[in-house]
Design a protein around this ligand. Structure first.
Ligand code: NAD
Length: 256
């Protein structure tokens, strides 16, 4: 039987692939047969990802918040691997401050990367996907946008991040509605607490027990574990799923 989660023959772009979840997704996608363009603004990190994965992966250094980057990313991918079948909009940052102390600059930094950057990459890849459909080309076409429990339940000390991640849910549904008739799947994966450099502070002894007590499964997760549902949404196994928000959080969204 064919493996419905195979990505054999697919070309997948993963943003923020220099470390953490993005590196985990890039690695698993390649293991499942995809050729991967690993995008990150950190050149050293993303080159390391490409070296670790091997010839199925090529690094592209760039900033998703740079308005000129998304078109460059699409062109680079098509020039390198001949097509695009999936985009994982994963690059993200945190810039913490309580709501009453948050400067306009700090607000905007997070919106630029976590919301506008996600939109711009989705738009550039969506335009490419639509062109391919109009040319009569077949194949997988899937966009997975990375959100967070912060976008569903809010946050304390990260109102910019919560707003951006809630915005990702909105743009996912709009794009899914607009592009459903082209068989372009657009979904969100909303993570809980994953062990990456981003969550080092929150995983410290000061906060750890409080967070764990709110997770029904009582544990955090790893990039390797959470890459699997992302790759599922990129695969043919998810061909009739669109506009969905999949919580990958050990049940945090239902709590106790
Ligand atoms: P991370 O900080 O470990 O890695 C993020 C990567 O994105 C880094 O390599 C960084 O260089 C890159 N990046 C940042 N800004 C960029 C930009 N403008 N252009 C290109 N690359 C950029 O983060 P992570 O924990 O792996 O998180 C990945 C995604 O998952 C993020 O969108 C994050 O918000 C989301 N998320 C993570 C958790 C978690 O618990 N780790 C929870 C919920 C959501």
């Amino acid at each position: 039987m064919n493996n419905p989660m195979s990505l054999e023959g697919s070309v997948i772009i993963v943003t923020g692939a220099g470390q953490g979840i993005g590196r985990g997704v890039a690695t698993l996608a390649a293991d499942l047969g995809a050729r991967v363009v690993a995008v990150d603004m950190n050149a050293e990190a993303v080159n390391e990802t490409a070296d670790l994965i091997g010839e199925a992966c090529v690094a592209l250094v760039g900033d998703v918040a740079d308005p000129e980057f998304p078109d460059r990313m699409v062109k680079f991918t098509v020039d390198t691997f001949g097509d695009i079948n999936g985009l994982v909009n994963n690059a993200g940052i945190v810039r913490a401050a309580m709501a009453d102390k948050m400067t306009r600059e700090t607000w905007q930094q997070v919106i630029d990367v976590n919301l506008t950057g996600v939109f711009a990459c989705l738009q550039a890849v969506g335009i490419y996907f639509k062109e391919q459909v109009k040319l009569g080309k077949t194949g997988l076409r899937s966009i997975v946008n990375i959100s967070s429990d912060a976008g569903r339940k809010g946050t304390i000390g990260q109102i910019n991040y919560g707003a951006a991640k809630a915005g990702v849910l909105g743009l996912t549904m709009s794009a899914a509605r607009e592009w459903g008739r082209y068989e372009i799947n657009v979904n969100t994966v909303a993570f809980g607490m994953i062990e990456t450099p981003m969550t080092e502070t929150i995983r410290s002894d000061k906060f750890r027990d409080k967070y764990l007590s709110q997770i029904p499964m009582g544990r955090m997760s790893t990039p390797e574990e959470v890459a699997k549902p992302v790759c599922f949404l990129l695969s043919g196994a998810a061909s009739y799923i669109t506009g969905q928000h999949l919580s990958v959080n050990g049940g945090y969204h239902i709590g106790f």
